[in-house]
Design a protein around this ligand. Structure first.
Ligand code: SAH
Length: 258
C-alpha cells in the first residue's frame, strides 16, 4: 500500500451509487486526504470516511445548473495542491467516463501538479448488474457501448445514432432522461426495431433503485407515467430480456439457502 502524497491530486471514482462499491484504493485515498472535492452523484456516506480535519468541498452540478464552473474546480484543485495538501477529487462512477476527469488531469499537468487517476465502477455496469441485466451475453450481445444522451454546448463529437442503431448490440445511455423521446426517434428512424427491449434504471445500485422495462415502442410513455427521474440509465438491447430469468434464478437460490 502506497501512502497518499502531499501536493498531489487524486482523481477518484466513487462507484455507481452503493457506497460499498468503491474500490479499496479509492477508500484509502479518501481516508488520507486533507481536502475532498466531491460531485453530486457520489454517496454522501463515503464522506464519512474522510478524516474529521479534512475539508469537504461540494462541486456538484445538477442537470441544467452549475454549482461550481469547471474552470473554478480546476483552479481549486491547483490551489489546494500548491498549499501542499493531499487532494481527492471524488467523482461518481468512473472519473473518465463522462466525468471530465481527463480535463481536470490535463489542467493539473499544465500547472506541473502531479496527479493519479483511481478508476471506479461506472454506473452503466453497476446499475445494469444490480438490475439483473448482463451488458453482454453469448446469445444476445457481443458488444456494448456507453453513449451520452445529451450534448452540451461546445461538444465536438456528434452522437452517431445511425451507426449505434446497427453496429452495437447493447446501448447504455447516460444523461438521457430528458432526451429519451428524441433518442428513441433517432434509433427508430435509423431502423432499430420498435420491439427492441429497453430498461430504465433509476438510482442504480442504491437502496432506492427502480427499474422500468418496456420496448422502443412504448418506453417514452412509460417513463412519463412512472415519473422517471435523474440519475437514470437507459439500457437498450435484447439483453434486457435476461433480467427476468436472472432475477428469478437469484430468488430461487436465496430461497434454497433460506
Ligand atoms: N462518471 C459517471 C457518469 C457521469 S454522467 C459514471 O462513470 O457513472 C451522469 C450520468 O450517469 C447520469 O445522468 C446518469 O445517466 C448516470 N448515472 C450516474 N449514477 C447513476 C445511478 N446510480 N443510476 C443510474 N444512472 C446513473
Amino acid at each position: 500500500m502506497r501512502n497518499i502524497t502531499a501536493g498531489m491530486v487524486y482523481i477518484v471514482g466513487a462507484g455507481p451509487g452503493d457506497p460499498e462499491l468503491i474500490t479499496i484504493k479509492a477508500m484509502r485515498r479518501i481516508q488520507q486526504a486533507d481536502v475532498v472535492l466531491y460531485d453530486r452523484l457520489i454517496s454522501k456516506e463515503l464522506l464519512g470516511y474522510a478524516s474529521s480535519q479534512a475539508e469537504l468541498v461540494y462541486c456538484g452540478k445538477a442537470p441544467g445548473s452549475h454549482a461550481m464552473p469547471q474552470h473554478l474546480i480546476n483552479e481549486a484543485l491547483v490551489n489546494y495542491a500548491r498549499q501542499g495538501k493531499s487532494v481527492v477529487r471524488l467523482k461518481g462512477g468512473d472519473p473518465l467516463v463522462f466525468g471530465r476527469g481527463a480535463e481536470e488531469a490535463l489542467a493539473l499537468a499544465t500547472q506541473g501538479i502531479p496527479f493519479e487517476i483511481v478508476p471506479g465502477i461506472t454506473s452503466a455496469i453497476g446499475a445494469a448488474a444490480a438490475a439483473g441485466i448482463p451488458v453482454t451475453h453469448r446469445e444476445y450481445a457481443a458488444s456494448f457501448a456507453c453513449v451520452t444522451g445529451s450534448r452540451c454546448h461546445g461538444d465536438k463529437s456528434p452522437i452517431r445514432w445511425d451507426l449505434l442503431a446497427h453496429s452495437v448490440d447493447t446501448l447504455a445511455i447516460y444523461m438521457g432522461v430528458s432526451e429519451l423521446p428524441a433518442i428513441r426517434e433517432e434509433l427508430l428512424k435509423h431502423g432499430k426495431a420498435s420491439s427492441t427491449p429497453v430498461a430504465l434504471i433509476e438510482r442504480g445500485t442504491t437502496t432506492r433503485q427502480r427499474t422500468i422495462v418496456g420496448t422502443l415502442a412504448n418506453i417514452h410513455t412509460l417513463a412519463i407515467s412512472m415519473k422517471l427521474s435523474n440519475p437514470a440509465l437507459i439500457i437498450i438491447g435484447d439483453v434486457v430480456q435476461v433480467r427476468e430469468q436472472l432475477l428469478h434464478a437469484e430468488q430461487q437460490a436465496i430461497a434454497q439457502i433460506g
